[in-house]
Design a protein around this ligand. Structure first.
Ligand code: ADP
Ligand code: MG
Length: 154
């Protein structure tokens, strides 16, 4: 394992409800070591925040997890630290510098970033990219895992 990222992070998985998405995230979290960076891609309502909730729960976080839309970053402390960034409102990639982006790319815990497509070039090659898509059923979501570069071609 390198840079805290698990090896089993390539492929596609289907979720049939929010709790299942939280469980998928929890399973992944248990395989990650500190230093891991997760880049979440996908439209509004695709399940990114839901995934972060499961990730944080598996890290022993008991604070409520919601999108840090106005603050850009939420920091949770459980058994391990989780840095939750949402780039939805970022207008200019220059703003990343003001956030202290570099330090979050080498976290003393896990960093998870929603709307990663807004800053796709700013992630280290070791980041795990996850693309969320709607499926055919109302509660179906397709999660596609990839490392580095483009997040899963469809
Ligand atoms: P995002 O952060 O991508 O905008 P959220 O996680 O905030 O999305 O919202 C996802 C919405 O979709 C929630 O209302 C959730 O209950 C619903 N949902 C339905 N099915 C799923 C699923 N399989 N996985 C995740 N969320 C789901
Ligand atoms: Mg969200």
């Amino acid at each position: 394992m390198k840079n805290g990222n698990a090896e089993r992070t390539v492929g596609r998985t289907v979720s049939y409800g929010p709790e299942e998405t939280r469980e998928i995230a929890g399973e992944l979290a248990r395989e990650l070591s500190d230093g891991a960076v997760l880049a979440l891609h996908g439209d509004l309502g695709a399940g990114k925040t839901c995934f972060v909730q499961g990730l944080a729960r598996a890290c022993g976080v008991d604070q409520p997890v919601t999108s840090p839309t106005f603050t850009l970053i939420n920091e949770y402390r459980g058994r391990r630290r989780v840095y939750h960034i949402d780039l939805y409102r970022i207008a200019d990639p220059e703003e990343l510098r003001d956030l202290g982006w570099e330090q979050y790319m080498e976290p003393d815990g896990i960093t998870v970033v929603e709307w990663a497509e807004r800053a796709a070039d700013a992630f280290p090659g070791t980041a795990i990219h996850i693309r969320f898509d709607y499926g055919k059923e109302p509660e179906e979501r397709i999660l596609c895992f990839d490392r580095g570069g483009a997040p899963c071609s469809r």
